[in-house]
Design a binder for this molecule. Sequence first.
Ligand code: FES
Ligand code: FES
Length: 164
Amino acid sequence: MTKSSPPSLDYRLTVNGRPHEVQDSWIGESLLYVLRERLGLPGSKGACEQGECGSCTVVVDGRAVCSCLVLAASAVDSEITTIEGLGADQALSDVQQAFIDAGGVQCGFCTPGFVVAVHHLLSNHHDPSDNEIREALSGNICRCTGYGRILEAVREVVVRRRSS
Ligand code: FES
Ligand code: FES
């Protein structure tokens, strides 16, 4: 008996405001996989691929989600924002700059997920308390920095935005 191959899918995703065609995709491919391997957007990182570390965080229809847990084909009608969609014209976003200034980047593997999560937090909450920052970032794991400098970076963005 021969096994038939699973049917392939063609669909379109809207990522960072631009349409992207996905062709010959397996229905079970995660959004993280499709972003990185099919659409040439490798900024979102895959570490645990089980929803535990937040390195793959993207925003889908205004919600910060672990892209490793989202089926790409289920996001056809969604607006997806990745780390590549932050900042403007190759310039760093204010959050990225603050991470650098505060020393919140060491190996950098967790950084894209943190940066997306911080942008998401601050787009919904202009002046979060420390507890609110910690809660918003509680799904993101960093093995290097001890988190202090990341929190410092977030506070600095709040201050800079307030004074600009
Ligand atoms: S790779 Fe998605 S949560 Fe860890
Ligand atoms: S900077 Fe290395 S895991 Fe966060």
